[in-house]
Design a protein around this ligand. Structure first.
Ligand code: PMP
Length: 354
């Protein structure tokens, strides 16, 4: 079996694939999960359990709603300002990568974005620090993990304004204090489940304050009132996410995953720093545990290493085109044995090129 270091959609546990495929053939009384009504009591149970697992795994306090939506994290780039930004208002954004800048781009349809800091000029190789979030901002938005550049922001910036976070690529990988956030959103296709589902965790009291008229499908309130079934939900994605969250719980939950993710990241970064052929692609203090980006000291060796990795059963290691080099994405389901195998590969490549 190949070691899947893909950035997303990405590896999920084998047992989840097995259970999900069994449900395609027979979910209940010979009926496929693909042919049952989303209004059936069985599927009600799936939504209920999925929401319960999210609440349990992330310790979501009362006063928050957990929504299972569609449209990807990208739709949240415009749903957030549409629901939180009053006419003529300004929201503060941290520009730490392409996804953050795409979120900033959408704000202009609804009001103004004030970019508190940007590392764009440095090709987003670090996370900007020491910025000021104006206190009259409608909210502050940041991306906790910059999937493309391999940087991660572990400490929530201190601010009195409501905080919105795009956690698409590090949600469920480490413990967080949900009470410090007003909206957390994430495309599911990393640590939650397959593509097609978007998780939104929202503090209820933040809504209904802009005076805007919002189309129903874009209004968080419709989805809260409809229990994530305002319209037909992505039934199979939700079911598979539920299986994956069950798996996560059985592994000891987010705290256990965090320990494992720290061990995986430490091991791989240690090899990148030790091996004279490789070097990290971004600021050491901002290194992501989920997406490890690295390049080769001699760019001529990139193609041979990529070929060597492919021949030896490694998948998805190619860096994003805007960074180049390599990106090893190490989501929850990637076993540490795959990380050790990658380290062995880097060492045997070093031997060959001495
Ligand atoms: N934000 C981040 C941090 C991402 O990594 C991605 C996609 N990988 C997105 C947003 C966009 O997500 P989607 O494709 O679900 O719209």
């Amino acid at each position: 079996m190949r070691h899947n270091f893909g950035a997303g959609p990405c590896i999920l546990p084998q047992e989840v694939f097995k259970q999900a495929s069994a449900a395609v053939l027979d979910f209940k009384d010979g009926l496929s999960i693909l042919e049952i009504s989303h209004r059936s009591p069985e599927f009600d149970g799936v939504v209920e359990e999925t929401v319960k697992l999210v609440k349990e795994l992330l310790n979501v306090p009362s006063g928050y709603s957990v929504l299972l939506l569609q449209g990807g994290a990208s739709l949240q780039f415009s749903m957030v300002p549409q629901n939180l930004l009053p006419e003529g208002g300004t929201a503060a954004y941290l520009d730490s990568g392409v996804w953050a800048s795409k979120a900033i781009k959408e704000v202009k349809h609804f009001g103004k974005a004030h970019v508190v800091a940007s590392s764009k000029d440095a090709n987003y190789t670090f996370i900007p620090k020491d910025y000021v979030i104006p206190e009259d901002s409608a909210y502050f938005h940041y991306t906790s993990n910059n999937t493309i550049y391999g940087t991660e922001l572990f400490e929530l910036p201190v601010t009195k304004v409501p905080v919105v976070c795009d956690m698409s690529s590090d949600i469920m990988s480490r413990e967080i204090d949900v009470a410090k956030y007003d909206i957390i959103y994430a495309g599911a296709q990393k640590n939650i489940g397959p593509a097609g589902l978007t998780l939104v965790i929202i503090k209820d009291e933040i809504l209904g304050k802009t005076g805007r008229s919002i189309p129903s499908m874009l209004d968080y309130k419709s989805h809260i009132d409809g229990g994530s079934m305002y319209n037909t939900p992505p039934v199979f994605s939700i079911y598979t996410a539920m299986l994956n969250l069950r798996w996560l719980k059985s592994k000891g939950g987010v705290a256990e995953m965090e320990k494992e993710n720290i061990a995986k990241a430490r091991a791989l970064y240690a090899e990148i720093d030790r091996n004279p052929l490789f070097k990290g692609a971004c600021a050491v203090e901002d290194r992501s545990r989920m997406n490890v980006c690295f390049v080769m000291e001699d760019p001529e060796l990139e193609k041979p290493f990529a070929k060597y990795a492919d021949e030896n059963g490694f998948e998805g290691l190619k860096g994003h085109r805007s960074v180049g080099g390599f990106r090893a994405s190490m989501y929850n389901a990637l076993p540490i044995t795959s990380v050790h195998a990658l380290i062995d590969l880097m060492q045997s490549f070093e031997e060959k090129h001495k």
